[in-house]
Design a protein around this ligand. Sequence first.
Ligand code: ATP
Length: 216
Amino acid sequence: MTRQAIGILGGTFDPIHFGHLRMALELYQTLNLTEVRLVPCYQPVHRKSPIASAEDRLAMVRAAIVDEPALKVDDCEIKRQGLSYMIDTLLYLRKNNPDTPLCLIMGIDALLGFPSWHRYEEILDLAHLVIAHRPQYHIPDAGTVSKLINQHLQHHPAVIHELLAGTIILQPVTPLDISATDIRKQIAMGRSPRYLLPENVYKYIEEHGVYHICHI
Ligand code: ATP
């Protein structure tokens, strides 16, 4: 007998914004997840190091979810340090939650790069993939991603609570065309990122000068 599924949303969160938060909350509600855990990475594998320190990114995530019990933060990748491989995070979560289906949430942009993730084929043995639509990105109709979808796609989302792992579901969420890169660009240009992210995250950025010497 499995438990209700939990969601896992990994990211650099440099900084966290309403695109991440709204997606996490909507999926929590539409998929009846017990919670969604936000997992800030320490050192991303396929991109430049984040601009903000791990400590600041973690603090901004904590600030963003302070009033929302459906969303939790998990600092396992920051504590582990080194390169943040999702497979290691899922092995750790599976060990601590042997009977809980795990739903790895990602936007389509992240799915497009999924075949280059370390040991990506094993990820579906440990978790379901919940793919959220993101403005300007489309699922390809050929190639590895398309094959994975053909093999694992499940049209009935309730299955995520019955099986521990192994299915892919595509889930529409309110399209919010917000990106952390754009927020950092706005700050670098001396513009305010206000209303793209929670007010207390905006205040944290201001008070700590997080992106003041920002190279985007
Ligand atoms: P950057 O612009 O620095 O690449 P980002 O805004 O894409 O950052 P990440 O921390 O890299 O944020 O993203 C973490 C996860 O959130 C990824 O799975 C990504 O697809 C998803 N995501 C980010 N922004 C949105 C958005 N506006 N709508 C839906 N999903 C999003």
